[in-house]
Design a protein around this ligand. Structure first.
Ligand code: HEM
Length: 191
């Protein structure tokens, strides 16, 4: 059997944890009203702030064309401004990751844009869209799936060995686990 590409392996590795995150987020009813969505924005702000240094990592950027432009932090901030949300700001955790683990974190945050198709639709029901409040969930101008395919191709082109690949898997685990912790903190629910 052929070895999976890195992005395929990350997908395989993360499937269960992804679905747990998906269920956790949806159980918070983030699209029930603007206040619940404000908490979602606070969660996204913390997550996108944590991953932001990855987009400016020089080593990774040298191997990944257009990396810096992928960051959605500014969009999250503009959505927060629209809805007059400030950062949650309490008990802020600053996770660390190695350069190799960062690849798994990057996979996690970039892939989250795929599922965002569903979230964007839900946001539309409470009158949020690309122009107001939900810019960070909007599709990339190239189209959501073509864009994701191009990101995956760049992830798969990274020159990494088996050990680094394992580190990337760990990075994805850490990223999903961290997202869960932030959701629970911001929405005030116990483990
Ligand atoms: C909150 C509700 C969420 C829903 C409903 C959702 C739903 C989805 C769906 C339908 C896909 C496409 C699956 C496929 O093509 O096989 C997807 C992909 C993905 N989602 Fe989510 N997602 C959610 C949250 C998240 C979050 C919070 C993260 C990360 C923190 C995330 C990370 C990913 C990743 C990495 C992929 C790419 C999988 C791949 O093709 O490799 N998702 N999501």
């Amino acid at each position: 059997m052929n070895k999976l590409t890195l992005s395929e392996a990350l997908k395989e590795h993360s499937r269960t944890t992804h679905d747990a995150v998906d269920h956790l987020v949806m159980s918070m009813q983030p699209f029930a009203n603007h206040d619940n969505y404000r908490k979602f924005l606070q969660t996204q702000f913390e997550f996108h702030s944590t991953v932001n240094p990855i987009y400016h990592n020089e080593k990774l950027a040298a191997q990944f064309e257009g990396l810096a432009e992928l960051s959605r932090l500014e969009r999250v901030k503009s959505d927060m401004k629209d809805l007059q949300v400030t950062a949650y700001g309490k008990d802020v955790e600053v996770p660390s990751y190695t350069d190799d683990e960062a690849i798994g974190w990057l996979y996690c945050v970039e892939g989250s844009n795929v599922g965002a198709a569903i979230l964007y639709k839900e946001a539309g029901k409470i009158d949020l869209n690309d122009d107001f409040g939900a810019a960070h969930l909007a599709a990339h101008p190239d189209g959501r799936m073509p864009h994701w395919r191009s990101v995956k191709a760049k992830i798969d082109a990274l020159p990494i060995n088996d050990e680094q690949r394992q580190a990337a898997m760990k990075g994805a685990d850490d990223a999903f686990a961290y997202f869960k912790r932030v959701v629970r903190k911001v929405y005030g629910v116990a483990e």
